[in-house]
Design a protein around this ligand. Sequence first.
Ligand SMILES: Nc1ncnc2c1ncn2[C@@H]1O[C@H](COP(=O)(O)OP(=O)(O)O)[C@@H](O)[C@H]1O
Ligand SMILES: [Mg+2]
Length: 533
Amino acid sequence: MVGLVGPGPDTTATTTATTTEDPGDGRDARQPRGSRYVASHVTKAFNGAEVLHDVSIVLEPGSVHSLLGENGAGKSTLFKIMSGLYEPDAGELVLGDERLHGLTPRSALQQGIYLVPQEPTLMAHLSAAENLYVGALPRHGRTRLVDWKRIGRESVSYFTRVGLDIDIETPARNLSIAQQQLLECARALVHNCQVILFDEPTSPLTPHEVDVLFELVDGLRSDGLALGFISHRLDEVISISDQVTVLRDGRFVMNAPRGGYTRDELVTAMIGRPIGVRTRVRRSSDVTDRREILRVEDLAAPPTFTDISFTLRKHEVTGLAGLVGSGRTEIAEAIFGLRKADRGKVVLDGVPLTHRTPRECIDAGLIYLPEDRARNGIFGEVDIGRNVTAGIIPHLPRRWHLIRTDRETLLAAGATARTAVHMQALGSSINTLSGGNQQRAMISRWLLAEPKVAIFDEPTRGVDVGAKDDIYDIVADLATSGLACLVISSDLEELTLICDRVLVIYEGRIVGEVEGDDVTTARLGQLVVEGAM
Ligand SMILES: Nc1ncnc2c1ncn2[C@@H]1O[C@H](COP(=O)(O)OP(=O)(O)O)[C@@H](O)[C@H]1O
Ligand SMILES: [Mg+2]
């Protein structure tokens, strides 16, 4: 049973399933293991922007509950609230029978709640054993001196328990990320925690390290702990979770127990669109000149993206699909000279563009329409005409250094006609235009540079539905006129409608290329979310 966009899981009951019996293996049993931990109707805003809205989650003892969602969905924020790092604006946290008010990281730890953060936060210069006991150094009863003997003895057993095979004197800075994470888990055990929250623990790990971690998580589950787990890797989530909750844009979308969902349902819940509904609209393509015009070779800026190689051809629309945060925008920015790549090559029609400035890229025939037009591209207070010619100001016809405004107006009029900007007059402020028409105006700006390649980053985001089709037409027209277009979009359906070919980016790598009739939302959805089929 899958509850799609419902009121959320039932969080009203406050029954506890505490196991009070001794674990029986000599472990310290100061606190009973395994209380139910509930975050209920949590809302949180940063600087007025709501990033969590009325989200609830129930962590049951002896069970792994995963949070799924695209980057920015609010997963980390929820776990940070549940571990006292952030204070919620509304909602409550209930551990067992107890309402936790004004939770801080310290009081969370006292309650037995531990967050294994996305980036381990060990003290680099302290030894593994010292890190294990930070904030909880065992002391001799009478003298209150630190009991180093006990630390030596017990840290070995904690490390063994989490599968960490290291010398306890090793400085934390010499540990691998995987080892640091296991050490964090061991810390949670030292504090006798009953709730452990893992924030994307597997992202930096090798497959073998993931296996080791999962074995540990399995063990903690058998011990009755309540475990929260964040990952955006579906396979991992499906294999480890007793329950899955999906967030999107800070909202609860779905919750289901193990076996109570299909892979497709998870994908749809994460990216928000039913997959495989519409079929692709073909662009007329009786063009024969499909000459390669842009070549990207081994472009890399780890850890953001790496091994990026592809070519763009004249008359073709190529899509770049991927989750938010997969590296698509960063790749485009690197191609356009807005961001430095560590290695790799970009060649435009035989001209090397590597390490060029955006200005030089434009002059060579490459244009880039950034995602956030309002911030990056549009001069809001300036009139439409000047907004359109802004990209070629150094090249505008001049007399005595002064721009010949009559010529400028002519150019702007020609360009806005080409993209059919609906406006009162070229002299009106660009702020008077609708989102779609602003987009058209921006495209006309770049057409004045007579580009060979156009990169569009989320061209229809924030554009009203009616204007979307217009933008699709513009892209198609540009391709028909001989440009190579690269379209970055999170809207898979959009990609299926306008692209001849789609490259899929997953965690900074190209993991698939889909062409022709294979360009379907179902196929793209799987690749985008899972990185492979
Ligand atoms: N401390 C903060 N200040 C301002 N905005 C934040 C802060 N932490 C997170 N955000 C914003 O909240 C949203 C959700 O972030 P996060 O919880 O980290 O998402 P996820 O872990 O699902 O990728 C993002 O838009 C992020 O930019
Ligand atoms: Mg996160």
